[in-house]
Write a protein that binds this ligand. Structure first.
Ligand SMILES: [Ca+2]
Length: 358
């Protein structure tokens, strides 16, 4: 049976009941014990990928595996031409559908786990961190806003800058990136410092500079601003700057005290509010907001304004799905019709040539 064949086809990776195999996830091993076709279909890809990593270059193994598996993509990849990488927790990536909902890896979000917080753990600067004598160390340092931790979002989980005018905080993304949006997680136990914060996307360390994105316009108590504020801030930049000259009624000079700033980008080949849609452009990647492809149309095998629609299986194929499977002169009448090439199994009728026999 297939499972037994898989077990014996990988030298050195004998799967004992309940014993984990190096490189294969523990939860997959639990499924091994269940035996059966369903496991073969859903976990086969993971096994192939892991085996390939262990025995790179052993092409024979690959062929053996393909003979026993009904999947297309190697471990961790899925979707159109296996061109998408799963960014989900171990055991939650499927070769056809991608990640299970809500099971994204840390730093990734969205329904398909293709939205990445590129500010996570990145370096920060500020106009100064608050210190409380007799210590001279920052008690609530600026780095708390990119540590990936939210806690209870009270003062001890959040940054606190030293009073100054102007007052600013900046994250360095290390590279110029196409930013999709910015999300600010505000402190929950004190809200007046939300008002007046400006958000910039910039390529310099001049404060302020670059592309102005947004100003938080709140009442003086800050209670009319969402605790988690999604800020439209789309464009290319290396630094995201939060900047203010607005003091509260309690302070003569401004301070800031938010808990986390996420700077989100879409994975290449995805677009939309949550980077949840796919585009398969022929040249380059689509616009991360609209999904519009650069000039040149779609990769062979898909169609539509965003090149997000795959050709109808066994009906159409080729660039923009412009060719018809029925028109091919395949020797085998029951030949498959790959969406990208339309290649005929077993060659062409006499007098016809080309992989799709047209
Ligand atoms: Ca934090």
């Amino acid at each position: 049976m297939e499972l037994d064949a898989l077990k014996t086809a990988v030298p050195g990776s004998v799967m004992k009941q309940g014993a984990p195999v190096p490189g294969i996830q523990a939860d997959v091993m639990e499924d091994v014990n269940q035996d059966g076709r369903d496991w073969i279909v859903h976990q086969c890809c993971d096994l192939i990928g892991d085996a390939m990593e262990m025995y790179l270059g052993t092409a024979v193994l690959f062929v053996i595996f393909l003979g026993h598996c009904s999947c297309d993509c190697l471990s961790g990849t899925y979707g159109f031409q296996c061109g998408y990488r799963c960014h989900c927790l171990p055991g939650h990536c499927h070769s056809t559908s991608g990640c299970d909902p809500g099971k994204c890896s840390p730093g990734w979000s969205g329904a398909t786990c293709h939205k990445q917080n590129v500010a996570l753990k990145k370096g920060v600067s500020s106009s100064g961190d608050a210190v409380y004598a007799p210590s001279t160390d920052a008690r609530y340092p600026s780095s708390l806003a990119t540590d990936g931790q939210l806690g209870e979002r009270k003062y001890y989980d959040c940054i606190e800058t030293r009073a100054s005018n102007p007052n600013w905080w900046r994250v360095d993304l290390d590279d110029i990136m196409m930013i999709h949006d910015v999300t600010v997680y505000f402190r929950l136990d004190y809200t007046p410092r939300r008002n007046g914060i400006q958000v910039y996307l910039t390529n310099t360390t001049i404060t302020p500079s670059g592309h102005f994105c947004y100003t938080v316009k709140a009442n003086t108590s800050g209670t009319d601003i969402n605790d988690i504020l999604s800020v439209p801030c789309h464009g290319r930049g290396r630094y995201v700057l939060l900047y203010t000259t607005t003091a509260t009624e309690e302070n003569t000079q401004p301070k800031m005290d938010f808990c986390e700033v996420e700077v989100d980008v879409c994975d290449p080949g995805t677009f939309g509010a949550d980077c949840e849609n796919y585009c398969h452009c022929k040249h380059g990647v689509c616009n991360d907001m609209t999904g519009v492809c650069p000039p040149g149309g779609c990769l062979a095998g898909c169609k539509g304004t965003n090149c997000s629609v795959e050709c109808v299986g066994n009906v159409e194929y080729g660039p923009d799905c412009g060719r018809t499977c029925f028109d091919r002169m395949c020797k085998e009448a029951a030949s498959t019709c790959p969406r990208d090439t339309g290649r005929c199994d077993g060659g062409c009728e006499p007098g016809w040539e080309g992989e799709d026999c047209t």
